[in-house]
Ligand binder design. Structure first.
Ligand code: 8IG
Length: 275
């Protein structure tokens, strides 16, 4: 078994709604904007179309109040002078309780549209004192702590190089100071206890978050190459004495990092491989 038929039908329905909007364009990348990345990601190029996510079957509104998720196609500058297109699709988090296939949906729709590469971004906590809030880190590997998978049946997917070594090298060619990190996906939505953060550190994680790992598994199943970028919005629980975590802190870090993130994404895309 690979993907059950009702799930392929849901993917087909999204694809059928997106195709006319794309008007023959096969986007060069899927870009998934994570916490803190939204306003940067949505402003890095010239907008070709932008629709509310719930207008496309299979996509729903953001559960976080005060903002409507959008599906957007952007045209960006590339060093080769040819058109470059990024499709922005919103994320479904595992904690939304729509199941692992809903988490995988955006990646699978992108793959079905012919998209071969994805930039998955997220906001996360850092358990590594060398990687501070406000920094961007390159995901080099993940630890899936959700006790779930997006795969069905005996589907054996190689994750040895899940986060593309050549795309990581590309990012380092743009900014050699960006640290590489191991990202642990917790199920959420609660943040970790200090003991859970110590566990994650003992397991080899640098970053703790609530996304990306399951999406990467879906991407690798679909043959999509993955670049994972994390914005560190907070120190993980218990790693800075006397501090507590808030969603406001996350939003503030995103707002104050907007220009840095937009510039980083634009520079990465400028040198993005065509094949
Ligand atoms: I933004 O500290 C953000 N997302 N699990 N822990 C987890 N997810 C997060 C955190 C964090 N910060």
């Amino acid at each position: 078994m690979t993907i059950p038929s009702q799930i392929s039908t849901a993917i087909d329905n999204s694809v059928r709604a997106l195709r006319p909007l794309l008007d023959g364009i096969i986007p060069d990348i899927l870009l998934v904007p994570g916490s803190g990345w939204g306003s940067a990601a949505h402003s890095i190029g010239r907008e070709i179309f932008s629709v509310p996510a719930p207008s496309i079957p299979g996509f729903t509104d953001s559960p976080v109040a005060g903002h409507t998720a959008r599906i957007q196609l952007l045209a960006l500058d590339h060093e080769d002078g040819l058109p470059f297109h990024a499709l922005l699709l919103p994320r479904t988090h595992f904690y939304e309780e729509r199941g692992a296939d809903a988490v995988a949906h955006a990646v699978r729709v992108a793959a079905a549209l012919g998209i071969k590469k994805a930039i998955l971004t997220n906001g996360c906590g850092s358990a590594n004192p060398q990687i501070r809030p406000g920094c961007v880190a390159l995901i080099a590997d993940h630890i899936n702590l959700t006790a779930a998978t997006v795969l069905h049946g005996a589907t054996f997917i190689d994750l040895s190089d899940a986060y593309s070594p050549r795309l990581r090298a590309l990012v380092h060619s743009v900014d050699s100071t960006i640290p590489e990190a191991v990202y642990a996906q917790f199920p959420g939505p609660q943040y970790e206890t200090p003991a859970e953060v110590r566990m994650a550190i003992a397991l080899g994680a640098d970053l703790v978050g609530m996304s990306t790992a399951l999406e990467t598994i879906a991407a690798r199943e679909a043959g999509v190459e993955v670049l994972g970028l994390s914005l560190i919005t907070n120190a993980a629980a218990g790693t800075t004495p006397g501090e507590s975590l808030s969603h406001e802190e996350v939003l503030e870090q995103g707002a104050s990092s907007k220009d840095q993130l937009a510039q980083l994404l634009a520079r990465i895309i400028q040198v993005w491989p065509r094949y």
